[in-house]
Design a binder for this molecule. Sequence first.
Ligand SMILES: CC(C)(COP(=O)(O)OP(=O)(O)OC[C@H]1O[C@@H](n2cnc3c(N)ncnc32)[C@H](O)[C@@H]1OP(=O)(O)O)[C@@H](O)C(=O)NCCC(=O)NCCS
Length: 168
Amino acid sequence: MVETVISIRTARLGDEVDIASVHDAAWREAYRGVIPGRELERMIARRGPSWWRLAIARRTPLLVLEFSGSVVGYVSYGRNRVPALGYGGEIFELYLAPECQGCGFGRRMFEAARKDLAGHGYGSIVVWALAENERAIRFYRQLGGRIVRRAHETFGGQDRERVAFGFG
Ligand SMILES: CC(C)(COP(=O)(O)OP(=O)(O)OC[C@H]1O[C@@H](n2cnc3c(N)ncnc32)[C@H](O)[C@@H]1OP(=O)(O)O)[C@@H](O)C(=O)NCCC(=O)NCCS
């Protein structure tokens, strides 16, 4: 019998190569055609293993999802960066390797991050997504989020809309 084990745990030193590779694959797949190509390549290049190693060493709240012994997703979170929104916590990034999407892992990582934030006194949270990232928009709606703010950001000279989902 083949046993598959899923676990969500705090990232540790040694995970940086796997997280960088999930980041690379997920960003390419999610943002190709949304963020201009050269800017996307720059954004991915900045987030290599050394960037992630530093994030882990600094104890940035960062969880990874392990599936059959491999890191296939990560979620980073902390205090909400836009206090005027009135939400305590924020999920900064939630990404899964493309081949592991649509299996319930995103929901599990979201809930794990939300639980940790709640344990630190952040009962309400916000998450930003690009408006063109339809999969993320549907995902956050399905999880019960409602759009509480719209904003714009420039990528490689091109304007893109971002939306904030509030929870709780
Ligand atoms: C967005 C993302 C994190 C979602 O994770 P996932 O594992 O694919 O989603 P799940 O399988 O956990 O789905 C959770 C719920 O959302 C729903 N959902 C997920 N994707 C959906 C879609 N494209 N359309 C409609 N519903 C969707 C599922 O049906 C499920 O509902 P249920 O639990 O009530 O049955 C993942 O697809 C991903 O990493 N995408 C690329 C990167 C990205 O866009 N990240 C977010 C940036 S803000």
